[in-house]
Design a protein around this ligand. Structure first.
Ligand code: ADP
Length: 425
């Protein structure tokens, strides 16, 4: 039984599994809670080195995001956490109104913290920060696909300027020259920035070594604001301070047996290729048609009957994944929201039926889809296990014989489904 040291507040669900996977990989046992853990859950139940609270606060109104984040902070403090991490998207998804700035400001105030760094870098997935500018692969954020995002169009890659628009706290730059020079140089630069009145510094990082040095230098700050990358360096920094015994077994999950299945409600490019690979390999797949759902066809029951006849022979895939033209057609006919809700509801029903039919290892593709499935299965806590691909770990529904791999749309290699299922028994 350990008391958690680190409390992470994640602004979306698959972002929470991403950061949790990083912590586990680096040796911290980690528990993920879906939403703010209920106060009556008791602190004894949060038995891990780190607790990650998965919120849905990235694009909610600012007031709601702040209130949710403060509620999460309060529970994490009550559970014994002493260091805090506000996990944001590696493309710094936000608007001039928020939510990163206002949430960071509120958390700092609640913690009495007068300084923090903000660093979305995730070099392994092509996100790097240099001179305060965020790059996605070889292009500036503002030249990447993120400039057209429907909710958070990122039209400026200068994160100092972008974050400054969101907060009254002074934003500055912790530039790469200091980061590359190591922890003492970083500490010196932070002291200088503080003296200038800077309260949040965008930190440059272009590779994992930079993130390691930032972790070593900043592990004593009460709050860090970052993508998942910075989490890789923290366990070693806590261990060096005698705050943690990094454990190679942090990632161990039990074998659960039972049947295996894949559910996909994601239509992102990476998922499309993964579904095509599964089918191309001659594996069994059942397609849910959104338009048929709109007509009231019992697609979930049909999918379950189909799956039940095959589960004993190996894993099956049930998916609504389709190309952009078909998605657009369904959205035009049914409305975007209704089409999404119908598909999510159907896949959640299939998940419950598959579980009743003995499925104990389940891969789910899609952020929103994962949220719907986890909710339908009544999962409130996940113990985080080993990584499958960068940003996607296996997890276990706490205390249950049920393993879940929850994949955000654009994550994972082309053979992700088979690879994931090949890793667990
Ligand atoms: P991603 O992580 O790739 O964004 P999500 O699950 O978060 O995936 O979002 C995909 C959304 O698209 C969900 O709301 C899902 O229900 C919806 N959807 C899936 N398939 C279809 C389809 N064939 N037609 C219309 N909407 C769909």
């Amino acid at each position: 039984m350990s008391r958690p040291l680190l409390g992470v507040i994640a602004d979306d669900f698959t972002g929470a599994t991403d950061v949790a996977g990083m912590l586990v990989q680096a040796g911290m046992s980690t528990l993920l809670t879906v939403g703010v853990p209920a106060p009556d859950a008791g602190t004894a139940a949060l038995d891990a080195d780190a607790v990650v609270v998965a919120l849905k606060s990235r694009t909610t109104p600012v007031d709601e995001a702040v209130a949710q984040s403060l509620a999460a902070l309060e529970r994490l403090r009550a559970a014994g956490c002493e260091r805090f991490y506000f996990k944001v998207c590696s493309t710094f998804d936000s608007t001039p109104r928020g939510n990163i700035g206002p949430v960071a400001e509120a958390l700092m105030q609640a913690l009495g913290a007068d300084f923090t760094i903000a660093c979305p870098a995730f070099p392994e997935n092509g996100r790097s920060v240099y001179r305060g500018h965020l790059f996605v692969g070889d292009v500036l954020l503002s030249d990447s696909g993120m400039k057209d995002h429907p909710l958070t169009p990122m039209t400026d890659a200068n994160l100092v300027r972008w974050l400054q628009a969101q907060t009254s706290l002074r934003v500055g730059l912790l530039a790469h020259a200091s980061v590359a020079a190591g922890a003492p140089a970083i500490a010196e630069r932070i002291a200088a920035l503080r003296a200038q009145g800077v309260r949040i510094a965008i930190a440059d990082a272009i590779d994992n070594a930079d993130l390691g040095r930032l972790g070593a230098a900043c592990a004593d700050l009460p709050l860090l604001v970052a993508g998942s990358g910075l989490a890789l360096g923290l366990p070693a920094a806590y261990a060096a301070r005698g705050r943690l015994r990094a454990d190679a077994r942090a990632a161990a999950l039990p074998a659960v047996g039972g049947h295996a299945a894949v559910l996909s409600g994601s239509c992102s490019t990476a998922t499309l290729a993964q579904v095509q690979r599964w089918i191309g390999d001659g594996r069994p797949a059942f397609r849910i048609d959104a338009l048929a759902l709109g007509l009231g066809q019992p697609a979930a029951a049909e999918a379950l009957a189909w799956a039940q006849a095959r589960l004993a022979d190996g894993p099956v895939l049930v998916h609504a994944t389709t190309d952009p033209d078909h998605v657009r057609a369904a959205q035009q006919q049914l409305g975007t929201e209704r089409a999404g809700a119908l598909v999510e509801h159907c896949l959640a029903e299939v998940a419950v039926g598959l579980h009743q039919a003995g499925v104990r290892r389940l891969v789910v593709a899609g952020g929103e889809t994962s949220g719907a499935v986890v909710q339908a299965l009544g999962v409130q806590r996940l113990r985080v296990g080993p990584p499958i691909d960068p940003g996607v770990p296996w997890t276990q529904a706490e205390g249950r014989d049920l393993l879940l791999a929850l994949k955000s749309g654009n994550f994972g290699g082309v053979d992700f489904f088979a690879k994931a299922l090949g890793q667990v028994a």
